[in-house]
Design a protein around this ligand. Sequence first.
Ligand code: ADP
Length: 388
Amino acid sequence: MSFAALAGFVVGALAVLFYRNQIEAPSRTAANDGVETGTALPQGVASVLAVLPSSAVVLDAHDRVLRASSAARAFGLVKGERLMAAELLALARQVRRDGEIRESEIDVAGHKFGQETTSFAVRVAPLGSHGQVLVLAEDQTERRRVEAVRRDFVANVSHELKTPVGALSLLAETIQDAADDPEAVTRFAGRMQLETARLNYLVQDLITLSRIQGAEPIPTPGQVSIDEAVNDAVDHCNTRAAARDIALVTGGTSGLRIWGDDELLVTALRNLIDNAVAYSPEHTRVVVSVRPAGDSVEISVSDQGIGIPEEALERIFERFFRVDAARSRATGGTGLGLAIVKHVAAAHAGEVSVWSKEGSGSTFTLRLPAFGGTAVAVPPSIPLEAAK
Ligand code: ADP
């Protein structure tokens, strides 16, 4: 239920409670309703307010706080028997004057957990005929943050889509103009295929990302063999690695298992290995190594590549963040690979970390809870072995 709907419902329910009390028991006072100023709250109102998740405040006819939920105090909306936000007080006075319910959005200088300001959606309603006013306030800070992230994401996706789509449109025009030059047509058609592949990767990655983001916990988890997942991922990356004479080497402990989704794990490992290959010079090695670590399994992918500048390390798991956009584009990167890895780790209640030194290489480590709580290896460690 939206805040407006919930607030509407609560205001309505309180009004009914109030008028019923007036009609059924006009002389009764709610002496134990948590009254802080000696004025009575309509019976039942306190119990309704107590179960509300939002901040709720009841003011008497003199703007004194009759009741405030603990959230209202924690957010700093109420101190002692005073409503602290001037804007909210002005709203309450207007409501008391003309009896109209009002809604608004206000920012309050933050008291909560060091936050600078807190944004509230507020609804203010008259409560009965003695000048009492009900104020309901919902913290909107998180919703606004999520909205901003979503807006940024949509803007980024549109931008990312524009590049290959623009290129395709230009290439199609060029082919049309070069209709009588078969060699040029072949060349441009090849580039069209490249741009189409780029578009395809981007759409695939977007689908994967939205699938894992929406799938926590994993819908159909099962036992996943790490050996099989690593082999699948390595098989997938082998052609690309071989084309640049990069040796893909696997090793460590075999026989380990996790509880999760094998396809997602393979996707994450493929992204890490693909990156290791893409950001390494020719004739180097990429090592995928597995080991038990307490009640977890650690899978690390190490390369001898260009490395990542220290100041970028914190940001590389963000969607569409690239250290060097031109290089990422040249290697067919979408900028979503590591965001996918991070979400796969989170969906498995695990984490991903990175060590890197510019010019020396990088190691990405996935740490995932082992199946059954302990990482038991059968058989024991095997030496590093070049992938077939
Ligand atoms: P991309 O599709 O651009 O590779 P990712 O999300 O997979 O996007 O990675 C984000 C950025 O992190 C890359 O653009 C690159 O700058 C950097 N990066 C990722 N993996 C490596 C690596 N193994 N070595 C060096 N830089 C890397």
